[in-house]
Design a binder for this molecule. Sequence first.
Ligand code: CA
Length: 271
Amino acid sequence: MSQARAWAIAVAASLALGSASAREARAECAPPASLRFEIADTIRRDKLGLTQGLEFRDGKLYESTGRIDGTTQVNVIDLQGRVTTLVELGTKVFGEGLTILDDEIVQLTWQEHLVFVYDLSGRLKRTMHNPRLGWGLSNDGRQLLFSDGAGAIYFADPKTFAIARSVPVRSVEREGVPGLNELEMVDGRLYGNIFQTRQIVRLDPSSGCIEATADLSPLWAAMDEPERRRIDGNLQYVLNGIAYDPRTQLFYLTGKRWRYIFAGRFVPATR
Ligand SMILES: [Ca+2]
């Protein structure tokens, strides 16, 4: 056998192997279920923010904002929509995901590799280093879970931000689904909105498989006309914000510099 022919056979074999393993990866995930969002209540906030992280705690929403058309902040929003700023970071850094674990507020930054840890009053306790980009952030009660938009979720130590492992985001079609942004862990499942879409996905954080998808277009339909025009008129003002109150089992959804936060529930979509 010539060397060229041996090489050609090797390449063909590796391609066949590649497609077999791609089939295997696809076979790991079942086709996703379809969900829809039933709106139960609407909160009109009195100050806008470029929402990058949202979490529910003690009857209030905690929010991290980015610095587009505003500044990087940590805000508390009560259910009447009153916004109180706990931390004001100005325009030096770009705020991203936020979560609360063991009475510590953790806030990511986008490209600065800084992770800020505050007490519940907003006093800075420590700063950690994130080697990756910072997008969405949540926690499973033990570890931090974050995304960097590049197709994986990462598990990090809440005391040091050391990354223990990562899991690719998988769908039936592909491995490494990009754009997973704001996150929320609920009952062992991770909800995330996909950047620049109207879609929220629910995935199993152990396999990375997307189990369910929801089209959030009904939120746009629920906005008043001037607000919808304002949101649709700026490419930055995308869906981004998922919080959950385990007591009422209500989700709180919003977007970047949206006037409204929508409370409601995900239910199976009927065709
Ligand atoms: Ca969240």
